[in-house]
Design a protein around this ligand. Structure first.
Ligand code: NOJ
Length: 730
């Protein structure tokens, strides 16, 4: 890689110390924000950081906020450092900045990647106004074990859904012109395999076949890079014994070699230093060498590169060429966003002061939130509720709560904008005073007289709205759980309230799929509301009262019990599947079926959609063969048989009957959200091509194998009747 003449000339003038400066990123102590998010390591105080910038020893800063101080830091870099190389300013802007959008897992439930593109764009507009150039998002870890707390941060258990959201979020953050003031660099993370930490325990090891890595965990990264991402974050975990942040096979062989990635890799927070704790490096010097030479260009926060690269270069263990290559990559990305020509881009205090997130993005936050709510259950059409003439009791620790609205990964949310459940529901009701609100319980502990007050309110009400679930601190980084259930105190509240006999609508708060038990599972209606962000109360009211007809679907399977984890719909076939006809020597649990309570793709609507039979055609004629280089059209007639306008997520699944490696039971291949008026019908068609059937075969090639396939167009991953087609040999 060669830069243009101007940057090559700059590189030629740089001392080794200045070069290494470009290879480090440090917490932005000049405008610190939530400094307690990460463990301390090499924390520079504001004065020291200023000195380091002046000396050209810092190329990037992160998790600070504010255009005024950011501009001052940039001024020091540009005007007071010897070479005037501008700083890159990064932060974790994961699901919103001032305006908070649903957690990424919740937003994936919308099955609308274009929605994620819009919320990422909005986050970029707000973040760049506050002096940021770069976000450490999107998180692209495919997560199939709900015990892992970081399930909340990504798009769930499916690859095709993950790919679509990965690309959409990158497009949204980066916009159409990287040099624009409101464009924000995206960082696909955590590369790679982090979503498969064993047992769902965060930071744990990953053991996985090359085929699973390539077919399941890598595709969202490829999709994000194809969408234009220029930086990648290396993960904490090891894969098959090699830490991802020292994995030359992944970071150099695959990422740069096979995929041709031209941007730079930043380590996760102190991941280079952690090679010592992994026992992969004997000391910090060796950790530096292993991480840097494997392909981690920029070290986050550990300070290891600054401490040890000079000596490693002097000893010849790290050639200057390799240093230059890393520096070129960093400078190229700075140039790509226009920093050399416009170092004060995204650092205009007037733009920051003029930004009104409420006016700009509340409507989007509301739409994103209601499009993320999944109607899991609705016995006897209890929902939607009327806005008057019914006595409602809003019961539970989330009823008035304002501290569990955002979800796990926000640093900069403006809590003044947030609408809690009570306020959202009162505003929607014709007589807001008709809503009785009782906490009933704390998040984790019972409160004195709480259950008695709740039971009394439930008795007086026509319908109970039970706002329960896991607090936001239960999901996110380092928040693995052994039992993925509603906390005991809240479960007791639910059981007591349900015993009154008043119908219950559960408004579930959660950062993962939960195992629902007792009165929570058996409630008449259940809304999966994740963490919806700023417009929580408004969006829940929209759905409860039918102003919005729910259209979201589960991006993760809800198990029957915690002990089923990992449970995901696209699991591989076994030799002894659980079928009613087999003896007990089958792949089963003693206590319950080996299936989801609510499978991937599930979600109800207030209207009723009816699917016709799957029809296969090619060139307009009925067909049961997909030619090697041809296409097959898979269609279904969809009718809205109910009395309301609604949107249905139509899902295309396949199953490869025989493979050289055991194939999944079903695999999503495409999906589309279709809107229909009452009584209206339409034909929904998907086009299948051979490449959609490809996987990493036994020989290691990525290829489709000829033979028989099942195909469904269905409302979820367990529903529908399959048709069959054959992939013909070439
Ligand atoms: C650690 C997390 O794993 C990563 O997602 C985040 O971007 C960094 N900390 C920086 O805050």
């Amino acid at each position: 890689m060669r830069l243009d003449d101007r940057l090559e000339a700059l590189l030629a003038r740089m001392t080794l110390e200045e070069k290494i400066g470009q290879l480090g990123i440090f917490a932005d102590m000049l405008r610190p924000f939530a400094a307690d998010v990460n463990p301390e390591m090499n924390e520079l105080n504001a004065g020291e950081l200023r000195e380091q910038i002046r000396a050209g020893r810092v190329g990037a800063v992160f998790n600070g906020v504010g255009a005024v101080q950011g501009r001052e830091s940039q001024r020091i870099a540009v005007e007071e450092s010897r070479l005037g190389i501008p700083l890159l300013m990064g932060a974790d802007v994961i699901h919103g900045m001032r305006t908070v959008f649903p957690i990424p897992l919740g937003e994936a439930a919308s099955f609308e990647p274009e929605l994620a593109e819009r919320t990422a764009r909005a986050a970029a507009i707000e973040a760049t106004a506050s002096g940021l150039h770069w976000t450490f998002a999107p998180t692209l870890d495919i997560a199939r074990d709900q015990r892992w707390g970081r399930v909340a941060e990504a798009a769930g258990e499916d690859v095709v859904l993950g790919n679509a959201f990965a690309a959409a979020r990158v497009r949204g953050f980066q916009g159409s012109d990287l040099t624009a003031n409101d464009s924000m660099l995206a960082t696909p993370k955590h590369f790679a395999g982090y979503g498969a930490v064993m047992g769902g325990l965060d930071y744990n090891s990953v053991e996985m076949s090359e085929g699973t890595l390539r077919d399941v965990h890598l595709p969202p990264f490829k999709a994000a890079l194809d969408a234009g991402a220029l930086t990648v974050m290396s993960a904490f975990n090891d894969i098959n014994g090699v830490p991802a942040s020292a994995h030359d096979g992944l970071l150099t062989g695959l990422l740069r070699g096979e995929w041709g990635f031209k941007g730079f890799v930043v380590s996760d927070y102190t991941a280079d230093f952690e090679l010592v704790a992994h026992g992969f490096a004997g000391d910090e010097r060796e950790a530096t060498k292993l991480s840097f030479t494997a392909g981690v260009d920029m070290s986050m926060q550990s300070g290891l590169y600054a401490a040890h690269l000079p000596d490693l270069v002097a000893s010849g263990e790290v050639p200057m060429d390799v240093i230059d290559q890393g520096v070129r990559r960093v400078l190229a990305v700075k140039q790509a966003i226009g920093l050399f020509d416009n170092p004060y881009r995204s650092l205009d205090p007037e733009v920051e002061a003029a930004l009104d997130p409420q006016a700009l993005h509340f409507d989007l936050a509301r739409d994103a939130a209601r499009r993320s709510i999944v109607l899991l259950k609705n016995d006897d059409d209890l929902l939607p509720l009327r806005k008057s003439g019914q006595k409602l009791a809003l019961i539970g620790p989330y009823a008035r709560d304002r501290d569990n609205i955002e979800g796990c990964w926000t640093l900069f949310g403006d809590t003044r904008l947030h609408v809690n459940l009570e306020d959202g529901l009162r505003a929607a009701l014709e007589d807001g005073d008709a809503l009785d609100v009782v906490d009933g319980s704390g998040m984790e502990d019972a409160i004195d007289g709480g259950i008695d007050a709740a039971v009394e309110a439930a008795r007086k009400a026509d319908v109970v709205l039970l706002a329960i679930g896991e607090p936001q601190g239960y999901s996110g980084e380092a928040q693995s759980r052994t039992r993925i259930v509603v906390p005991a105190a809240q479960q007791a509240l639910a059981d007591a309230v349900a015993a009154t006999g008043t119908p219950v609508v559960v408004l579930l708060r959660h950062g993962r799929a939960l195992a629902l038990h007792g009165a929570v599972r058996d409630a008449q209606a259940i809304l999966a509301t994740w963490f919806l962000g700023t417009a929580t109360g408004t969006a829940v009211a929209d759905v409860l009262f039918g102003d919005y007809n729910p259209s979201a679907r589960l991006p993760v399977s809800f198990p029957r019990d915690s002990g089923q984890q990992p449970l995901y719909y696209n699991r591989q076939r076994t030799g002894r599947p659980e079928l009613p006809t087999m003896s007990e020597f089958k792949s089963r649990w003693r206590e319950m079926p080996h299936s989801a309570l609510y499978p991937f793709g599930h979600g109800l609507s207030y209207t009723r959609f009816v699917y016709g039979d799957v029809e296969l055609s090619s060139d307009g004629a009925s067909a049961d063969t997909l030619d090697w280089d041809g296409t097959l059209t898979v269609s279904v007639t969809l009718r809205n048989d109910g009395s309301r306008f609604g949107e249905e997520v139509v899902q295309l699944y396949i199953h490869d009957r025989v493979g050289s490696r055991v194939r999944p039971i079903r695999e999503l291949k495409d999906f589309r959200k279709v809107a229909l008026a009452p009584g209206e019908h339409t034909t929904v068609s998907f086009t299948l091509r051979r490449d959609q059937l490809a996987f990493t075969t036994r020989s290691g090639a990525f290829a489709a194998e000829p033979g028989l396939f099942d195909v469904w167009i269905a409302p979820d991953s367990e529903a529908g009747t399959a048709a069959q087609f054959t992939l013909a040999r070439a």
